[in-house]
Design a protein around this ligand. Sequence first.
Ligand SMILES: *Cc1c(COP(=O)(O)O)cnc(C)c1O
Length: 433
Amino acid sequence: MNKKHTELLTFDRENIWHPYTSMSSPLPSYLVESAKGVEIKLATGETLIDGMASWWSVLHGYNHPKLNQAVIDQTEKVAHVMFGGLTHQPAVELCQKLIALTPKSLERVFLSDSGSVAVEVAIKMAIQYWHSKGEKNKHRLLTVRNGYHGDTFAAMSVCDPVTGMHQLFDQVLMKNLFAPAPGIAIDEEWQPEDTAALEALFAEHHQELAAFIIEPIVQGTGGMRFYHPEYLKTCAALCKKYRVLMIADEIATGFGRTGKLFACEWADISPDILCLGKTLTGGYMSLAATLCSEDVAVTISEGEAGCFMHGPTFMGNPLACAVASASIDLLKENDWQQQVARLEAILQQHLLPLSGHKRVKDARVLGAIGVVEARQSVNVANIQKRFVELGVWIRPFGKLIYIMPPYVTEKSDLLKVIRAIATVLDEDTCFNA
Ligand SMILES: *Cc1c(COP(=O)(O)O)cnc(C)c1O
């Protein structure tokens, strides 16, 4: 590492927050030089095969010629322009594609800057919906434990109360309702009792419930669990029965990751409101979308405010919309379904057998997601260092070593990622006692 690199890293460590880290004893950060395809190149010269897709978002690989070109072409036209009173082709084309691809109930689109904001928007839509109908006491939210929906306040109020550390913000958080987490896994036999506690909460509280929010099929950051589609189907039925809006948060699962284009398709449901983010721009930049039904949009618009009360400065950013549109085109061109099926088969054959390791409690695979749940929590600094030495990029948390590689990952590269996991499982220093 040269002097310049050392200076950059020193300033970074002393002055810049990273996600969920301490500023007094930060975890190390690695300096990135560039990235191409599925490889991240560090300033120190190593190249790492990316197992994380930069947190679910990079579908087609880094530095993709077509996505680069979409950004360049749009930059030369207009990089940004306000969305109040103005519109443009990239936003219109992207929203046309989103409406065509998502479940059929979803016909109106609100663009925003990040996943958390898309969830805030969804929650505000639900509350404004009931307010417009004159049912102002329907303002609470129901969800399940182990969920994750983002880091802003309303989003945080529906994250798991324990892993989301609700006690820190107790005085200001909305007081929402939590059903037990879905208990039956996607590959287990369905037991209707799994939704009994959820139904009891609907029955008791529906008069004060604006919406039910859930991550379809995959509970991501809250535990990387894959639950049974019948659970999701029951959620949709309960929402209908008790007049509660259903919000599906597909910020992580959208665009093919689970083997369906949207995870709602596992249960053949069509929510009232849908949140998209992370993968939306193929990992190029921050953009999110909240889609809703015509009923939701019209009811809000005819209520007291006469409009929906939200409007981010960078709403509908043309660069982000252009690259998102190009990313959706690439999904089709590349036959994402075949790409994900190919990765799933490799993960099933080579990652699942790690469940036999003495340090492993469970290994599971769904679509292009692979999870190894250890019996002990990982030592993040040590395990990360070993992964880098082994030429891969994986960022575990808690007891979870999980991967969601870019769809373009070659078999030999994915095998290298899996072998690295197998290697660290044998190393005591990578785990806490
Ligand atoms: C990451 C994530 C969010 C938050 O998105 P940000 O862009 O990080 O704000 C919300 N919901 C789910 C399911 C997520 O995975």
